[in-house]
Write a protein that binds this ligand. Structure first.
Ligand code: SAH
Ligand code: SF4
Ligand code: F3S
Length: 434
């Protein structure tokens, strides 16, 4: 028997890429590949890339350059680029970096086995189609082996919203929802393999329409699966938060009290230019309604500073919105010009202004995050334990609110236990098993 070939996948970008990398690894498993943790002994390297900001895309090319010596040592090594840079730049990648043997977009990775064979035969293999067929129907069944207690599950892909700054509608295509039955089957399979928490993924996951009852309907069906203890979803758009989903936050015990609901800016002028199709006030009212349903909800958001034409007054509006809303978690970015998007054509804000705004915004968000974490001290939370901690005898897991919690004690991976929080550290909480 020949030794199995080794596959090294490096994942950039969002959770959806994490999910896709797992599926790509499984797809190549059928071709005799086993995963490896390092590029050094790999027979195939796949970079699963992100195109959202300029820096993310540039990283791919610098990473590829580093593989030159590996390929010199091992001419049989195949190098592939997957994900959103593959979709956006396609054949240009091969032109710019001849080391690349294979390019595959996020909607065509079920064809990886064929592409791999083509690359093995010494040809350049490229597929960035948006095929008619459903890739999930064509992917091989998922393996039955036991796995980690938390899992991502993509239920919706693509985006029709066309925010003026964003490449996703171009790299991921139009919104498509997976049928509920297909999702539920996959969820049951994951639970049989030891999964206790599922995070439903979509670029606009709350626009999900693969179930008559929308995302809330899907969540209620998942709620019935014995052994599945926790449900989360990300990322949501404010305009798709319907009444049923808000209500589920109050009534579905398995739906965790954590919501990532990006607003991007607190200025109506900028929100309009961003094509977000809601005002700051509408967002604030929406948050009030969700918090009325679930008062202890921990809210997370995304912010962009330095969007074209953003003035000091616009930025002050964003700071004011953050003060009003209060975030327990947040991600913030300097606006990055993406060729081909409408905002790229407009008057750009100077780099030093962007940097200063980002610094001020992040200081405020950090303060709010720390305050939210500090309020956990003295409370009891439920922790799903995921792995041993850094120190001997420690175990680490996540609370309902997605805070990392560590305890001293012997708890099996996958157990959910009550923990009294004793201390709030910069990036985690310390507690004792109750
Ligand atoms: N679908 C999600 C976001 C997907 S992209 C939503 O609508 O909220 C993740 C985040 O990256 C966005 O929320 C935004 O904050 C950021 N982002 C997207 N394009 C960007 C750009 N051109 N420059 C800076 N940040 C960007
Ligand atoms: Fe991008 Fe906007 Fe779609 Fe989110 S809603 S993926 S930010 S276009
Ligand atoms: Fe990046 Fe594509 Fe996700 S651009 S953020 S990997 S959808």
């Amino acid at each position: 028997m020949t030794a199995p070939k080794k596959l090294y996948i490096k994942t950039y970008g969002c959770q959806m890429n994490v999910y896709d990398s797992e599926r790509m690894s499984e797809a190549l498993g059928g071709e005799g590949y086993v995963p490896t943790e390092t590029p050094d002994d790999a027979d195939m390297i796949l970079l699963n890339t992100c195109h959202i900001r300029e820096k993310a895309a540039e990283k791919v090319y610098s990473e590829l350059g580093r593989f030159r010596s590996l390929k010199d040592e091992k001419p049989d090594l195949k190098i592939g680029v997957a994900g959103c840079v593959a979709q956006a730049e396609g054949a240009e990648i091969m032109a710019r970096q001849p080391l690349v043997d294979l390019v595959v977009g996020p909607q065509s990775y079920h064809r990886l086995p064929e592409l791999e064979r083509k690359a093995r035969a010494g040809e350049k293999a490229l597929d960035t189609d948006f095929p008619e067929e459903d890739k999930f129907d064509h992917l091989a069944g998922r393996p039955k082996a036991k796995r980690a207690p938390t899992a991502f599950l993509t239920v919706q892909e693509g985006c029709d919203k066309f925010c003026a700054f964003c490449v996703v509608p171009y790299t991921r295509g139009a919104e498509v929802s997976r049928p509920a039955e297909q999702v539920l089957r996959e969820a049951r399979d994951l639970v049989e393999r030891g999964v206790r928490e599922i995070t439903l993924l979509g670029q606009n996951v709350n626009a999900y329409h693969g179930h008559d009852g929308g995302l809330a309907g899907l969540i209620w069906d998942l709620d019935k699966i014995d052994g599945l203890e926790r449900i989360r979803f990300t990322t949501s758009h404010p305009n798709d938060m319907d009444d049923a989903l808000i209500e589920a936050h109050g009534t579905c015990d398995k739906l965790m009290p954590y919501l990532h609901l990006p607003v991007q800016s607190g200025s109506d002028r900028i929100l309009k230019r961003m094509n977000r199709k809601h005002t700051a006030e509408q967002y604030i009212r929406l948050i009030e309604r969700i918090r009325a349903a679930r008062p202890d909800l921990l809210l997370s958001g995304d912010f962009i500073v330095g969007f074209p034409e953003e003035t000091d007054a616009d930025f002050a509006d964003t700071m004011a919105l953050i003060e009003t809303v209060g975030y327990g978690q947040a991600y913030s970015f300097k606006y990055s010009t993406r060729p081909g998007t409408p905002a790229a054509e407009r008057a750009q804000v100077a780099e030093d202004v962007k940097s200063a705004r980002l610094q001020a915004l992040q200081a405020l968000l950090r303060e709010q995050q720390q305050a939210a974490q500090d309020t956990m001290v003295g409370r009891e939370v439920n922790v799903l334990f995921e792995k041993p901690g850094r120190e001997a005898g420690q175990m680490v897991g996540k609370s309902e609110y997605l805070h990392a919690v560590h305890v001293t004690g012997d708890v099996p991976v996958g157990d959910i236990r009550r923990v009294r929080i004793l201390q709030s550290n910069p990036n985690s909480l310390a507690g004792a098993l109750s």
